[in-house]
Design a protein around this ligand. Structure first.
Ligand code: GLN
Length: 253
């Protein structure tokens, strides 16, 4: 029986519905980077109607989805996941939420047609979709103390415009791309143990430093303070490639 201090569990919310633009790569990165450090790493899937094992999860992942998929999950998120997610986060678990998942952790997501899907208000953000989509590479100057490298890179494809309330702070400033809404220069959200972002790609394979931040923070409660260094030369070469490739884009209105 693996001791809690050597176990690492990823909880994958709605893997069948909220998983687009390679978001599954985030799950693989979290699991492998824990395994490479000798942890007994595993993933539990959390589709609609299931909650088993949520109390053991160290990091939840909530991927992206089109409006149609968001319409299929928001009620289950409220009815079956919200209270357990709140309890898990209060106990030190982390959440990485991308795009559609990010939006539904906020107060609401409103489609371009004006249909409003209530979120669970775990983060102080609200999202209203516009007619045009933001699509392309994104480079972010992260606002996370001590993050090395200090940038995050990815790919965005969303119509939602997300605005942060006072309890949330931006994941970073957009150097290239649209980010949260294409107008206030922010990307993503940090609030407690929740990281919200529009960065697909998938995000973590090209941002191993963010993956380690999520792993380390979640394992702190099991007495793990540091993670062994890994050779991230390939991952950081991919990161650098996006940095070079991304050209400043005028935000679409
Ligand atoms: N449907 C949402 C939007 O268009 C989320 C899209 C996504 O997850 N990529 O903003």
């Amino acid at each position: 029986m693996t001791s809690k201090s050597k176990r690492f569990t990823v909880g994958w919310l709605y893997p069948d519905l909220m998983n687009i633009y390679g978001d599954r790569g985030n799950i693989l990165t979290l699991v492998k980077r824990a395994e490479w450090r000798g942890f007994d790493a595993r993933t539990i899937e959390l589709p609609r109607g299931t909650t088993g094992g949520m109390e053991d999860v160290d990091v939840f992942f909530f991927g992206g989805g089109q409006d149609r998929e968001q319409a299929l999950v928001y009620e289950d998120l409220i009815d079956h996941k919200q209270s357990l997610l709140e309890r898990a986060v209060a106990g030190g678990a982390g959440i990485l939420a991308v795009c559609g998942g990010y939006q539904l952790l906020g107060h609401y997501y409103q489609t371009a047609e004006g249909e409003r899907y209530p979120g669970i208000g775990l983060i102080d953000v609200r999202t209203e979709a516009g007619k045009k989509r933001f699509i392309g590479d994104v480079v972010v100057d992260a606002q996370i103390e001590g993050l090395v490298p200090p940038t995050l890179v990815g790919f965005e494809n969303h119509s939602g415009r997300t605005y942060l309330g006072p309890a949330a702070r931006p994941l970073g400033k957009v150097r290239s791309g649209a980010g949260n809404n294409g107008s206030d220069g922010t990307e993503g959200c940090l609030q407690g143990a929740v990281v919200g972002t529009y960065l697909h790609g998938s995000l973590l394979p090209k941002n191993p430093h963010l993956a380690d931040l999520l792993i380390r923070r979640a394992l702190t409660r099991h007495g793990v303070s540091e993670l062994a260094r890994l050779d991230d030369s390939t991952e950081l070469a991919a990161h650098e490639k996006i940095l070079q490739r991304a050209q400043p884009r005028a935000p679409e209105r």
